[in-house]
Design a protein. Structure first.
Length: 366
């Protein structure tokens, strides 16, 4: 568990939970899920000591639940946001050499590299509690970034340190949504490889369970994005119901929170649109695969039909001269067999030329 004091002019990490809240700024308490479970009692005691109210037991269970979907809830003294991240697991960037080279194994491992673990946020007026997965890099990223901003604020062009816990939460949410970029690259490469295998006429695609798993993963991502959108929209609605601010500075901070909230919602909409586009692309690839299979089957059947039509009159000729009659023409001459062979060749060539002209034989024009 890491404890940070965030103020307008400094960002410092404390050795532990303080006995009293600092006079200025707010506290950010970032903890891994297992660590939060072990220190929940101690944290509850400090929240009561700071006179800001403890966490509701049901919300503590929500923060410890690793399977909970994204949602928003609130009390009269704090707000709760559970937000499932969309990220690619460690080592996923090495599964594909580039956008065009991969294997069925790398495509299968790409699905297992998708991580949608939830991150919990508890927003008090002067305290922010975040509960992360064990391997979540969001806490470390913001700890380093905010420390750099506090040290070199002027050199960074006036980038502000968060002034409220809600401001910091929205920045984290925005970063988590934007981190979908790595996962998008991974999914795009995986689906592109599967589509090439589906549409390759020289390959016999048979790994349909993998394609089904990919479609199910996209459905799951779509559900996750919709839950994210609903949670952020509920947060925006709750933000509009906050008591009206009296001074101009507070009103400006509230308006900035609304702007950041709408920005997060817009980013989620973009991610949702891209996930649906990938899902539609996978559906189209399957339809194109069966269409290509049908076209190849039709071409084969057309060729066989043409060959049958060519050999049908030849079979008629051989059947005619194969009858057991003594008075058939040409059967008693030395040139009869050659005349018959020439007639059969002429008929075959004429029919072949006719079908070629009708484009029943040969490649179809592109």
């Amino acid at each position: 568990m890491r404890v940070f004091h965030v103020a307008a002019d400094r960002f410092t990490e404390l050795e532990g939970l303080p006995e009293a809240l600092p006079t200025g700024g707010f506290l950010w308490i970032g903890s891994a899920r297992r660590e939060f479970e072990l220190k929940a009692v101690q944290l509850q005691e400090h929240l009561q000591r700071w006179e800001i109210g403890p966490l509701v037991d049901l919300h503590v269970s929500d923060l410890l639940n690793n399977q909970l979907p994204s949602h928003f809830d609130y009390t009269s003294w704090y707000d709760l946001m559970v937000f499932r991240r969309l990220a690619a697991g460690a080592g996923s960037e090495k599964l594909f050499v580039d956008d065009e080279h991969g294997t069925m194994t790398s495509a299968r491992e790409a699905l297992s590299a998708i991580d949608t673990s939830p991150v919990g946020f508890t927003v008090f007026e002067r305290v922010l509690i975040t509960v992360h997965p064990a391997d979540c890099a969001v806490r470390e990223y913001f700890a380093q970034r905010l420390a750099g901003q506090a040290i070199g604020n002027d050199a960074r062009g006036g980038v502000r340190v968060p002034t409220t816990p809600a401001d910091l939460m929205l920045r984290m949410l925005n970063h988590m949504v934007d981190s979908y970029l790595d996962l998008r690259r991974l999914l795009t490469r995986q689906l592109a490889f599967l589509q090439r295998e589906l549409l390759n006429p020289k390959s016999h695609f048979h790994d349909w369970p993998l394609l089904l798993d990919a479609r199910n993963a996209l459905h799951q991502l779509e559900d996750t994005c919709e839950d994210q959108r609903s949670a952020v929209q509920e947060w925006i609605d709750a933000l509009d119901e906050w008591p009206e601010a009296q001074d101009g500075t507070t009103r400006r901070e509230r308006e900035l929170l609304r702007v950041r909230s709408r920005d997060v919602l817009e980013h989620i909409e973009r991610v949702l649109t891209h996930v649906r586009r990938l899902e539609q692309s996978a559906e189209n690839a399957v339809q194109m695969h069966f269409s290509a299979q049908s076209n190849r089957t039709n071409a084969i059947m057309r060729t066989l039909t043409v060959l049958t039509a060519i050999f049908l009159p030849l079979n008629l000729i051989t059947g005619f001269f194969g009858m057991n009659f003594d008075a058939l023409p040409l059967i008693h001459t030395h040139t009869g067999v050659w005349i018959t062979i020439g007639l059969m060749a002429l008929v075959a060539i004429a029919l072949g030329a006719f079908f070629w002209r009708k484009r029943y034989l040969g490649t179809q024009p592109r």
